[in-house]
Write a protein that binds this ligand. Sequence first.
Ligand code: FAD
Length: 476
Amino acid sequence: MIIVGAGISGISAARHLQIDCPNKTFAILEGRQNIGGTWDLFKYPGIRSDSDMYTLGFRFRPWTSTKAIADGPSIMKYLNESVDEYGLKEKIHFGQKVKKASWSTEKALWTLEVNVEGSAAPVVYTCNFLSVCAGYYNYDAGYTPEFNGIENFKGPVVHPQKWTPDIDYNNKRVVVIGSGATAVTLVPELAKKAAHVTMLQRSPTYIFSRPDEDKLANWMNRNLPAGMAYTITRWKNVSLGLLFYSLSRKYPDFIKGLLIKGIKKELGEDFDVEKHFSPTYKPWDQRVCLVPNGDLFQAIKSGAASVVTDHIDTFTEHGIQLKSGELLEADMIVTATGLNVQLLGGIELMVDGKVPDVGNTVSYKSIMFSDIPNLTMAFGYTNASWTLKVDLTNQYMCRLLNYMDAKKWRICTPRQKDPTLQLHPFTDFSAGYIQRKLHNLPKQGNKKPWLLKQNYLFDLMNIRHGEIVNEVLEFS
Ligand SMILES: Cc1cc2nc3c(=O)[nH]c(=O)nc-3n(C[C@H](O)[C@H](O)[C@H](O)COP(=O)(O)OP(=O)(O)OC[C@H]3O[C@@H](n4cnc5c(N)ncnc54)[C@H](O)[C@@H]3O)c2cc1C
């Protein structure tokens, strides 16, 4: 079988295969020249996780560093050590980008057309089963809205996805456009060296502060076996995350009040928290951003950074003219305006000579697609660590493969034939980057196994402990 992508999900898929399907042979095709995906691609100052590493890390490999919120290089170290320990390097074919995948029912085979870096002709691979662990966004370019007059600005305009280490922001006036996880990571970090950093947002985001170290986890790490300490901390954080999310959905006003109160405590009563940090949507309609040790608030309090909530009228030679009439002077502008969501690593699919319309398929447990055989996709949570779901996905894939081998089935396809099934969008997450591409994402149904809940406990019961054979999965 073939795994596409050597990011955290692809490494997880490979390790699950080693553990649960020791007789399977597999290769990993990775479009870039390194493992790590997101954690190798993004090089902007301060790059870090915004979920805790006890739930972002692999279930089978304890995270033992003292930082629960980890920087990019520490995450890369963990991934590199994992790949070395499991002997996965030789399984990864670097610089091999999968362009097309064509399924033949007659042969029970996927045929992949792969662009190899430095080679003009594509290479062809075949496999019976495809595990796509290609993340959820286009690696070539991030999302930048059309800004009026952007060409007039004399200084550099940088998207964080394209940040390179030589970019100099020392003593510069920097404007960071955006209010998501990347913007709130960048602002305090840039503020350490820049003359001033302004976070320019159209609308506020929910933000909360948490220490970057988990004292209880560190105590357990010192006093208990690593595996035990990790499991306890992982479950503690899964439970707290689920509690926070479900309370936010049930009592949005109450949770909103608590979040706003937390920020007022950090910034003082004189700061206009209502204007800059009180969103109009409910908590978890979009991702709630974590700032470790209140670093963003410290930067604002010290005067090194500030927040402006306004709309851009036009870029000028020396900055940004706002709709309110204010002019924001800048030497450099960072467009932390998001990603271009892309499913399946941009691979063009073909099933028995026809191009499937993925946006009109129904997602099977958020792992497979209706009418697309022998293909799983690692697509994680948006309201918790991505990898909690990916771990379940990869474990399910192994259970499915073992069942198929035991019964000598070669093909497995989810089929949606229930006329009473109501179809809904893949997610109700209202973040712009998801909404822009919602039409390209599969639908979900109102009943199991087509129902997607973004809830680890629900998925644990349905995916890890749920049935393999049901009326929906067709084997041949
Ligand atoms: C800046 C940033 C911070 C984030 N922080 C968090 C966080 O704190 N917590 C969290 O849960 N999530 C976070 N996320 C989401 C994050 O992307 C995932 O958690 C995780 O890294 C995804 O891993 P992945 O392996 O699924 O995908 P990726 O990391 O995107 O890796 C995909 C890999 O597949 C390869 N690939 C793609 N297409 C092809 C193809 N056609 N052929 C061959 N190879 C291909 C890519 O080159 C890449 O190596 C963050 C995302 C970003 C952008």
